[in-house]
Design a protein. Structure first.
Length: 239
């Protein structure tokens, strides 16, 4: 490697990073939401469509493959057409084993960032026994998104972390939880003591489940199964 080429490579690495090339703190590929684009538009590129059924607010149903974009849009895919729907038109939909409903007036917090949503599609995690768990997936205003870029060192190419100074809209995922006796939606951390502090009191009246849950390994990915088991136990005790 010549000195000139090495100097150019270093200059490129330490130049101001391009926002479009970065990923958010969860390692997801960045997807800047086009807020000026009408929701009824169908994007040229869609995620994989899965078998499902859409329940419209006017009572009709739409059967067939569904492409789930984010909190604000799904697309019904048929051999002859692709039709986009928003939460204003849909009451619920199902994709394979996953159920989705429309949720209104809630807040999502990730790190130091939080954003309110008036209406959105959310995936059902667990509902019953006085609690509701949903997964939000959509664009969110991120001030504290952490990014990574390559760095050339005498030992090879490494990575450096930094936080962008620009306001960004990124695709993010978050689990949100609410108890019937509370008006507040809680955004759950992926794992750790904060997650335990929220979940442990919820299932404290289920001695069997509380004993079986391994708190050190509990994550939000496992939480739907835990809460659905708790709901099933509560219903069984009532019967």
């Amino acid at each position: 490697m010549t000195k000139t080429f090495f100097a150019l490579l270093l200059a490129g690495v330490f130049a101001s990073p391009a926002v479009q090339a970065q990923s958010n703190a969860w390692g997801q590929k960045k997807n800047t939401y086009q807020f000026g684009k009408p929701a009824a538009d169908v994007p040229a590129k869609l995620p994989k469509a899965l078998p499902g059924r859409i329940h419209l607010r006017d009572g009709r149903t739409v059967d067939g493959p569904i492409a789930y974009l984010d909190y604000n849009k799904i697309v019904a895919v048929s051999p002859s057409a692709k039709t986009a729907y928003t939460p204003l038109e849909v009451s619920s939909f199902v994709m394979e084993q996953d159920s989705f409903v429309v949720l209104k007036d809630f807040k999502v917090a990730i790190g130091a960032d939080e954003q309110e949503y008036r209406i959105a599609f959310v995936r059902v995690g667990a509902v019953g026994a006085g609690l509701a768990l949903y997964q939000f997936r959509g664009t969110m205003k991120r001030e504290d998104a952490e990014h990574h870029s390559p760095v050339v060192t005498p030992y090879g190419v490494g990575m450096r972390s930094y936080k962008s100074e620009a306001t960004e809209y990124e695709m993010s995922k978050a689990w949100i939880l609410k108890r019937d006796d509370s008006p507040q939606w809680l955004s759950l951390t992926k794992s750790g003591s904060n997650l335990r502090a929220i979940v442990e009191p919820l299932i404290a009246d289920d001695a069997r489940l509380s004993k079986e849950v391994k708190w050190g390994s509990l994550t939000t990915d496992k939480l739907p199964a835990v809460l659905n088991e708790y709901i099933a136990d509560k219903r069984a005790r009532r019967n």
